[in-house]
Design a protein. Structure first.
Length: 449
């Protein structure tokens, strides 16, 4: 064998693809520890959210919509104003306790080798759980994602791993947090490499799967092992396929608008003393509106469930199509911390319900809940620019597979293609500058094996 054809020694800083790769033991030990710690963290945060929700609303620990319906106007206003004050105080304390600036998880992965300030990130995660439990119109998945990323940093440091390994593990930790929080191990794994790491590479698959599977299994010790959304077995039909083809461009444009509004809201967050005033005023207004429309409270899970089960009147979901995303954008604009996964899903469910209701006049016979579910998956795919993870997540979140796989895959892929052709950002890239987005795009397009 010639010298040029001899196999090159394995790079110890690369992602280990076998157990015999240099440094493989340290890497895979970190993966296991990330999965266990993230599962414990996600379970603790979920239980904390339920306790806060119950104490704030004196209702069910898991159904903020029903609790909001039973609460008085005074409680709506007081609880939301308290959430605004807590936001201002919490952010002030975080800044005093940690001199490090907060770093978004996506920015950390792409431009800081996955490094994030631990204290500031954990504090922001816990603060988001409090304010979302009190009714802020944002998602709860942001907190377990941040916790998973922090644990990934911790164990990457402990095992003295390379920057490339750290980037992947931080993405895996974030996806594992998603998987554990919602009981979606496969969806969490694909989300971590498709959306967070930005590359569906073979060498990334096993670490992502192991981290998400372990985290979800650990969380199931304390959290229920059941689908997030209960839906019937929807029948497929030619009507649904035609609707998916026609609705995809509308969903794509709506998703682009949603992403750009997220960016606008993030760029115009309050500064200085306004950090105390803005969240209090905005959440106080939200409290007044939520007395008439309690569906805008929280992350939107309950309204999505009602739409999937066809339990929402058309006049109401028309109003909520405007109010729910508006409430989310104003929360972001005022500096309230929280996630965007479930809010984008609920926006898609509302959009799908509206478009499906119009389609039923032309071609009746399709269950209305199916339109809402397809809209939810399509907007989720287009706003995250992750069609594979969106389809898998919807399957795991509902506990269904063949019931809607063909029309969902079709509308998710078409919507993502159209949205990506116009807007390169996803909801997770909103904080990146134009230069950072261009650099991220260049890095993503490099060959990966």
């Amino acid at each position: 064998m010639s010298e040029s054809s001899a196999p090159k020694p394995a790079n110890p800083d690369a992602i280990p693809t076998t157990l015999f790769h240099p440094g493989a033991v340290r890497f895979w030990l970190a993966v296991v520890l990330i999965g266990v710690s993230t599962g414990l963290g996600a379970a603790a945060l979920t239980r904390l959210l339920e306790v806060i929700q119950h104490l704030a609303w004196h209702g069910s620990g898991t159904n903020i919509l029903e609790a909001g319906r039973q609460a008085s106007l005074a409680r709506h206003i007081v609880v939301l104003i308290a959430a605004g004050l807590l936001t201002g105080i919490g952010q002030f304390l975080l800044k005093q306790l940690s001199s490090a600036n907060g770093i978004d998880t996506t920015a950390a992965i792409w431009f800081h080798a996955g490094r994030m300030p631990a204290l500031r990130t954990l504090g922001s995660a816990i603060l988001s759980i409090f304010v979302v439990g009190m009714g802020a119109s944002l998602g709860r998945e942001g907190a377990p994602k941040q916790v998973g990323a922090v644990f990934a940093n911790l164990f990457a440091d402990a095992e003295e791993l390379s920057d490339e390994q750290r980037r992947l593990l931080v993405a895996c930790g974030a996806g594992a947090g998603m998987g554990a929080a919602y009981g979606v191990p496969l969806g969490g794994a694909i989300f971590s490499i498709e959306v967070m790491r930005g590359k569906l590479a073979l060498r990334y698959v096993l670490p992502a799967l192991f981290a998400s599977i372990i985290a979800t299994a650990v969380s199931w010790i304390w959290l229920p092992d059941r689908p997030t959304y209960e839906i019937p077995a929807f029948p497929s039909s030619a009507s649904v396929i035609f609707w998916a083809l026609l609705a995809a461009p509308i969903v794509a444009l709506a998703s682009i608008l949603f992403v750009r509004l997220v960016r606008w809201a993030d760029q115009h967050k309050p500064r200085g003393w306004q950090r105390f005033i803005a969240p209090t005023v905005v959440l106080g207004i939200l409290g007044v509106i939520s007395f008439r429309f309690p569906q805008i409270l929280g992350n939107g899970r309950d309204i999505s469930q009602a739409l999937f089960a066809d339990e929402v009147a058309p006049r109401l979901f028309l109003a909520l199509l405007l109010l729910k995303p508006l409430a989310t954008m104003m929360c972001i604009r005022s500096g309230v911390p929280g996630g965007l996964f479930t809010p984008s899903l609920s926006f898609g469910a509302l959009l799908g319900a509206v478009l499906g209701h119009a389609w039923a006049w032309l071609w009746p016979g399709v269950p209305p809940g199916l339109f809402a579910l397809l809209g939810a998956g399509a907007v989720l795919a287009a706003t995250t620019q992750g069609p594979v993870s969106a389809v898998v997540l919807m399957m795991e979140l509902t506990g269904r597979d063949r019931s809607f796989i063909l029309p969902l895959s079709l509308i998710a892929c078409l919507s993502t293609l159209i949205a990506r052709s116009i807007e390169h950002r996803s909801i997770y890239d909103a904080k990146l500058s134009d230069e950072e987005v261009a650099e991220r795009q260049r890095l993503r397009e490099q060959p990966t094996f």
